[in-house]
Design a protein around this ligand. Structure first.
Ligand SMILES: Nc1ncnc2c1ncn2[C@@H]1O[C@H](COP(=O)(O)OP(=O)(O)O)[C@@H](O)[C@H]1O
Ligand code: SF4
Ligand SMILES: [Mg+2]
Length: 351
């Protein structure tokens, strides 16, 4: 694997303020009670750090609401971070203005979850895929545009005939539409792509085909690829490394096979035991089942945020909010008890 780091985030934080009326209601109903008002905000992303190299697919995995989409939008600068550094090709883009980010945009693309919504019904296949080229006016003739579009279609396994170029989204199957979405993302040969649950709206039978195309393109064009999913089986199929998110934090990060075959964080262990044989062709589509309520990102538990649901929790887990610790240099875990939990220290041994 090429070790050129394309994008690296450090201590990324995003808080969403609550809408005023809701904040007011909550304060009056639950929190204010005559004392100092609590500053209410959703801790959507909290001190997240990771990097993605050229040709590498990094997965963000976790239950709905844990902050995956917010991380993707932050990296693309579609929303502004509260704090943190986003290094994109050796430049900190976290503070760049909308105007300044424009030139970077063509190097970053997104593949959306829903190909039914993300393609304009009034654009033919040709116009959809050609749009980024036309917007940036980086071609010499219309013939060149058509040639570029045909090349892209070929790379996603779609026909390159005139008839196909003239089709509209409603004339395409779900799988074809998502391939057009992938083709459009690749039109400008970006160095970084975010794919947010890109196959979750597709029929199970056609998912693997679309995933395989993305996997091939990542290697062929040496893209840094952020793959967002709630489905561990898909992450296992797609990703070189994964980060498991819980309530805005990455709680475990490592090579895919290490995290899946040797999970160290109690949350990851619970996720994996709920999916004994991760298989991307399985028909399961629901969110990962796990016991207990997910606390809200509004009022975080004291100490380790997983402690209310953790079967290994002890008193000290309510006091420390753990940072990522090195189990080995490529496998990180945010749990102060990971050695005991994984029998890495002998009974009675003091750390
Ligand atoms: N624009 C927003 N305003 C307020 N809260 C938001 C906004 N976007 C996301 N959130 C909240 O941030 C948290 C993370 O959301 P999200 O990133 O969409 O999670 P995921 O993609 O993992 O399901 C959730 O609690 C969600 O309700
Ligand atoms: S720090 Fe404590 S509560 Fe948190 S995951 Fe580890 S054992 Fe569980
Ligand atoms: Mg999401």
């Amino acid at each position: 694997m090429n070790q050129d780091v394309i994008i690296e985030v450090t201590n990324l934080v995003k808080h969403f303020p609550l809408k005023k009326s809701l904040t007011q209601t909550l304060r009056e109903q639950f929190f204010y009670r005559g004392k100092e008002p609590i500053d209410l905000k959703v801790h959507a992303v909290d001190k997240v750090s990771f990097k993605i190299s050229a040709g590498e697919t990094f997965g963000l995995v976790g239950e709905s609401g844990c902050g995956k989409t917010t991380v993707g939008l932050l990296l693309l600068k579609l929303i502004e971070p509260t704090s943190g550094v986003i290094n994109f090709r050796n430049e900190d883009i976290s503070q760049l203005s909308e105007g300044e980010i424009k030139t970077k945009r063509k190097e970053m693309q997104i593949i959306f979850q829903n190909p039914y919504e993300s393609l304009s019904p009034r654009f033919s296949v040709l116009d959809t895929i050609a749009e980024p080229l036309r917007l940036l006016k980086i071609y010499n003739s219309e013939d060149e545009v058509v040639e570029r579009v045909k090349e892209t279609l070929k790379s996603v396994g779609l026909p390159q005939t005139e008839d196909f170029l003239d089709r509209y989204p409603h004339e395409l199957s779900g799988g074809m539409r998502q391939r057009v979405g992938v083709a459009r993302a690749y039109t400008l040969n970006p160095s970084f792509i975010v794919a947010d649950e890109p196959v979750s709206m597709l029929d199970v039978s056609i998912r693997v085909g679309v995933l395989r195309i993305m996997k091939d393109l990542v290697k062929k064009f040496q893209t840094a690829f952020l793959f967002i999913t709630h489905d561990l089986a898909l992450a296992r199929y797609m990703c070189d490394r994964i980060g498991v998110m819980y309530l805005g934090r990455i709680v475990e990060l490592g090579k895919t096979e290490d995290v899946i075959n040797n999970p160290l964080h109690p949350y990851t262990k619970a996720l994996i035991s709920a999916v004994p044989d991760p298989d991307p062709e399985a028909t399961r589509t629901e969110e990962i089942p796990i016991v207990g309520e997910i606390p809200s990102g509004l009022i975080l538990p004291q100490g380790c945020r997983f402690n209310p649901r953790c079967i290994y929790a002890e008193e000290k887990c309510k006091e420390t909010d753990p940072d990522l610790l090195e189990a080995d240099p490529t496998h990180l875990v945010a749990c102060i008890r990971f050695k005991e939990v994984n029998n890495l220290v002998k009974e009675g041994e003091v750390e």
